[in-house]
Design a protein. Structure first.
Length: 743
């Protein structure tokens, strides 16, 4: 509790109290229980549950969703007093569920069902409160189920309402809704202790008084006002009912208690998830603590003669919409319910039901805005259909049944998704050949068996197949058996199969039959053009974020006896341009020579000749955007040993400046354009130095044993642009220092 929050919590508590009061009475009436039992539960839900609960937004009390259960239970048990014993049993069971942490169930309710619940409650608030807004108050139960205890349905009650319009109620409701709509445009919005709903209640009382005195034609009868039954304060004990110990020996009491515990707990957990989504501060309510609070609340309700309590979405949403800050508002609403019973009933009985209906209709509108339906529709059928089914089911049945139907719809799409897309499969080219990769999802159930089997059995003979189970926390035994069977099929079809990432309990015999590392035979077979294409493919995967898992431990074992690289890359020392990463290469695939500005020296040429001796088939000279060494050269930085690098790059700067002077208009490049042009020219000059500086490498290129190519890496786009392979007929071009890539 923070005293600074009272200016938000007290007005919110008052509004919640005003909404809760008629609901407590109506639910008691619909449940076939004494009217005072609803008030007792409202007080317990506000004060006792509110104090124990960890939720800042949830408000508890008697729930319309339990009215049918309570009515049926009273009929089954024979008396309300016997039902109280069942409520005590339900409270004990809920307390146990909270202690043993059963609140995790709430985490398995999909978001689309929760949003459907909120939208449905919004629609129901509108549908159920329209009759009160136009003065049809014959049905005071305010049941939130489609089929009501009085024989009417939601739609028949609406039809009856429009045949019995009360003008005074219509005026009060219309003015109240206008106030609520335009409240934020008035100076009164700055008065924190006077929220719009509270002003609406005061306005409703004032209008009722004015109509009664000056406009008799618009005056309201007592049936259109809040009705709190008179209470004899001197004899409060007469309103309390207590369970008798002998009733606990009745097996039916325990059966009904278990039923109430399950229904009340599910409804509470669902409401808790829903109000957390409504909370503007997105605070998370602890579900296990809430079950403990509800359990204590129901024990007290059973011992004092109240109805079962749950977290109630209507009161909770009003609490949030009114701007509460902490759970003090819920506790305060319970205190007000107690005060109302004792001393405030004459005053509260002057509040028009039409004013309260306006508050609830506006709350419903905020819960079921058209933007919510548009947003869910835009997310596709798998999200929208369960959402829409939940909304329709709740409106046409009741809250709990509607949620269960919505969960069934959501489960259907989950199963459908798992059945159709149980894995991701792709084919990519590596130096060891084409590899077909099947990546299993987090949960692999027996429903996935058929599609996984079909995909594996269709793999052509002689293929390499990689089944990656790194993300799979659970694999059904049927699927594991299918993979084991495929090991036999693979051996008969000359398919090399790797199964990696399996958890220890799913281990298979001989899971690794090939390693994505170069061997001598594959290295010898590769041609320079093939290696260049492999590097291009790897960079495309890097750009798309689809890089291959490397399984370095397997590659370490495979390369421990020797290396068989396919290419050597002369690369700048820039920390963002690692060739192994941007070419999506594995351990042992590339030799890397790193030097600032990718300039060439005798030592580097010697390293390139050694690379050929090691079997490398391609030399790549790779520069990159925003090169620091080129930038220093453009700034004429030559101090200390830096000049050995920048001095070599100066030739590229001079060539670019000469080229620009010879261009039409003589416009010299500047800034990033100049930096890129010099970098590209520097790559060409490095290629020329390799050709002119090593007769040995020149001869290797002439014989086709080794390729030479320039490349420019754009760091921002992750793309590497390759030039053409240098062929012997282009040697003279490089001797004359003319550039293909820079142009």
């Amino acid at each position: 509790m923070n005293i600074h929050h009272l200016k938000q919590d007290i007005p919110a508590g008052i509004v919640v109290f005003l909404v809760a009061l008629p609901l407590c009475l109506g639910i008691a009436l619909a449940s076939g229980a004494p009217l005072f039992s609803g008030i007792i539960s409202g007080i317990i839900g506000g004060i006792i549950v509110g104090l124990i609960s960890g939720s800042h937004t949830s408000v508890s009390g008697p729930a319309a969703g339990l009215a049918a259960v309570v009515l049926a239970s009273i009929t089954k048990l024979g008396a309300f007093e016997i039902l109280l014993a069942s409520i005590v049993v339900a409270g004990v069971l809920q307390l146990a569920m909270g202690i043993f942490r059963a609140g995790f169930i709430a985490n398995y309710v999909p978001s689309n069902v929760i949003k459907g619940l909120l939208a449905a409650i919004g629609i129901l608030l509108i549908l159920k409160q329209i009759p009160h807004a136009i003065g049809y108050d014959a049905n005071n139960a305010d049941e939130y189920s489609f089929f009501q205890a009085n024989g009417e349905t939601t739609f028949s009650a609406l039809a009856s309402a429009f045949g019995s319009i009360t003008p005074g109620a219509v005026v009060i409701a219309a003015l109240s809704m206008l106030v609520l709509l335009f409240w934020d445009r008035t100076p009164l919005k700055n008065v924190k202790l006077l929220p719009a709903p509270l002003f609406v209640v005061v306005l409703g009382v004032a209008l009722h008084a004015l109509f009664s005195r000056y406009v008799p034609g618009l005056s309201l009868a007592q049936s259109h006002l809040v009705e709190i039954p008179p209470v004899d304060v001197a004899n409060l004990g007469a309103y309390l009912n207590f369970p008798e110990l002998r009733h606990f020996a009745n097996p039916d009491v325990w059966f009904v208690g278990a039923t109430i515990a399950i229904v009340a707990s599910l409804e509470t957990l669902l409401n808790l998830e829903a109000v957390d989504k409504l909370d503007p501060h997105k605070r998370e309510s602890p579900p296990n603590r809430e079950l403990v609070a509800q359990g204590v609340g129901n024990i007290c309700a059973g011992l004092l003669g109240g109805l079962p309590v749950t977290s109630v979405i209507v009161r909770s949403s009003v609490n949030i919409q009114t701007g509460n800050a902490t759970k003090v508002s819920a506790v305060f609403h319970g205190v007000l319910l107690l005060a109302a019973v004792l001393v405030l009933s004459p005053l509260l009985n002057q509040i028009p039901l039409a004013a309260l209906a306006a508050i609830l209709i506006m709350t419903g509108y905020k819960l079921a805005k058209l933007t919510l339906f548009r947003d869910m529709y835009a997310r596709g059928a798998s999200q929208f259909v369960p959402f829409a089914v939940t909304v329709a089911a709740i409106v046409l049945t009741d809250l709990l049944m509607g949620v269960l139907i919505g969960l069934a719809a959501s489960l259907f799409y989950l199963l459908r998704s798992n059945f159709r897309n149980p894995f991701a499969i792709e084919q990519y080219r590596l130096h060891i050949g084409e590899v077909i990769k099947m990546e299993l999802p987090n949960q692999v159930s027996f429903l996935n068996k058929a599609t996984i089997k079909a995909a594996l059995w269709e793999v052509p003979s002689g293929s390499k197949v990689l089944i990656d189970a790194s993300n799979a926390d659970y694999i059904d035994s049927d699927v594991l058996e299918t993979i084991q069977d495929y090991q036999v099929v693979a051996s008969e079809r000359d398919v090399q199969l790797n199964v990696i990432g399996l958890r220890d309990e799913y281990s298979l015999a001989d899971p690794i039959q090939f390693v994505p590392a170069l061997d001598k035979e594959t290295q010898t077979r590769l041609q320079p053009a093939e290696v260049l294409q492999l590097l291009k493919d790897g960079n495309e995967r890097f750009q798309a974020g689809r890089w291959i898992k490397k399984y370095y431990l397997h590659q370490v074992d495979a390369t421990a006896g020797g290396q068989h690289p396919m290419a050597v890359v002369v690369n700048c020392i820039d920390s963002r341009t690692s060739p192994e990463i941007i070419f999506d290469a594995g351990l042992g695939d590339l030799l890397t020579i790193r030097i600032a500005g990718n300039v060439i020296s005798d030592e580097i040429i010697g390293s390139l000749e050694i690379a050929h001796k090691l079997g490398a088939k391609l030399i790549v000279v790779k520069g990159h955007s925003s090169c620091g060494a080129v930038g220093l050269a453009l700034k004429n930085e030559h101090a200390h040993s830096i000049g050995t690098i920048t001095g070599k790059i100066q030739a590229s700067i001079w060539q670019c400046q000469c080229a620009s002077h010879g261009a039409p208009g003589g416009q010299a490049p500047t800034g990033k354009e100049l930096l890129e042009r010099v970098t590209r020219q520097n790559i060409e000059n490095s290629l020329a130095e390799i050709i002119n500086g090593s007769e040995y490498l020149r001869a290797c290129i002439e014989r086709g044993e080794m390729g030479l190519v320039g490349a420019y890496h754009d760091i921002a786009t992750r793309a590497v642009q390759f030039g053409e392979l240098v062929t012997p007929d282009r040697f003279d071009d490089y001797r004359s220092d003319r550039s293909g890539l820079a142009a």
